[in-house]
Design a protein around this ligand. Structure first.
Ligand SMILES: Nc1ncnc2c1ncn2[C@@H]1O[C@H](COP(=O)(O)OP(=O)(O)O)[C@@H](O)[C@H]1O
Ligand SMILES: [Mg+2]
Length: 340
């Protein structure tokens, strides 16, 4: 095996909003490939087919429709004034949508491409079982394992909160709390020297903020609220009723997630001592809203006296959208990455 080749092993963040692939290049840098986890179907006719071909937009044909996936789907949804369709919801593949699986296959192909060696290891992120819904992740995890195997990879599921610990708490011997605030969910993992002590998810994330804010503002679609939220507001200083609504639900989401950590600890009988305290690492797209870190700090202080372990610092991921994919890649690398 040539030494100057990129190390084998892949990471894949399977997020409700975004898929992110991670691999090493020949120089040893991490290469990231993010794609919106979305698609759109357009009725087939000569005009649309020509338009797609001319614009070099890749599509697949299914039945009488043409399907476009990923960031192109987002752009086309705007052109056709339609909503994108999403193969996943609240952290999991939609079992009832017949288009969800075939489109997810296309999306994963786009993100990962072919394995560089047959059976190359791919660690993919999965949520923990959500504490506030009946959903369990077994079906979802197996669907993605099967999908990756078909593409020629050797799949390993990695809990999303655990992936955040791999990517953000390396200087702390992989000890501490990882929290991923995604679109569909919040995932939490507490680990001691890289071994998870407890992990769980809640089915409230960025989408929940948008939906609840839309309801209270009386607007039908939450897309409007998403645009306001992503448009550069500051939740510690809202400037309009819409911004105020988003701020209230974002704050609530933070409080809710932290209070669930406290609840969960009460049900664990053997908690390591964590001498000297630990950090909380926070990541995920939802943390990108202006003021998130500040409000997180304020909400944490309100609950600090109830926290079962001492928290020494709250660390924001350097790249909140890429943390999970990086963590998955590091896990794959730790294992050797190849097929043997
Ligand atoms: N610049 C931004 N400001 C505020 N929110 C953002 C921004 N960019 C993305 N988001 C939100 O982050 C969420 C997606 O985060 P991500 O970590 O990719 O989620 P998932 O893991 O579910 O795919 C969405 O709710 C989206 O609205
Ligand atoms: Mg995620």
């Amino acid at each position: 095996m040539a030494q100057d080749k990129a190390p084998l092993g892949r990471g894949l963040d399977v997020g409700t909003a975004n898929l992110v692939g991670a691999e090493f290049d020949a120089e040893g840098n991490i290469k990231l490939t993010p794609v919106r986890n979305a698609f759109i179907d357009i009725p087939e006719d000569q005009f649309t087919r020509k338009m797609l071909e001319q614009q070099r937009i890749p599509f697949v044909k299914r039945g009488r429709s043409l399907y476009v996936v990923g960031d192109d789907a987002f752009a086309l949804a705007n052109v056709f004034n339609r909503e994108m369709r999403r193969p996943m919801q609240r952290g999991m593949i939609k079992p009832s949508d017949a288009d969800a699986m075939p489109m997810e296959v296309e999306l994963v192909k786009l993100v990962l491409g072919e394995p560089r060696e047959k059976g190359e290891t791919c660690y993919f992120s999965v949520p923990a079982d959500p504490i506030d819904s009946e959903m369990n992740i077994l079906y979802h995890r197996n669907v993605f394992s099967g999908l990756l195997e078909k593409l020629g990879y050797t799949p390993h599921a990695l809990n999303e909160g655990h992936a955040v610990i791999f990517s953000e708490l390396g200087d702390d011997e992989f000890t501490g709390i990882g929290m991923s605030f995604g679109g569909g969910m919040v995932n939490v993992c507490v680990a001691y020297r890289s071994v998870p002590v407890l992990s769980f998810a809640t089915s409230r994330g960025g989408d929940w903020i948008d939906m609840e804010a839309a309801k209270v503002m009386g607007v039908g679609s939450s897309a409007r609220m998403t645009a306001v939220k992503e448009g550069g507001i500051n939740i510690s200083d809202p400037k309009s009723p819409e911004q105020e609504a988003i701020s209230i639900y974002a704050r609530h989401l933070i409080h809710y997630s932290l209070s669930k950590i406290i609840d969960k600890f009460q049900s664990v009988t053997e908690i390591p001592k964590f001498p000297g305290g630990v950090k909380i690492a926070i990541s995920g797209g939802t943390t990108l809203v202006g003021g998130f870190q500040e409000i997180f700090g304020i909400e944490f202080d309100k609950l600090a006296s109830q926290f079962p372990i001492e928290i020494t610092d709250i660390k924001m991921a350097a790249e909140p959208l890429n943390s999970t994919a990086k963590g998955c890649l590091l896990a794959a690398l730790a294992e050797g990455g190849g097929n043997s």
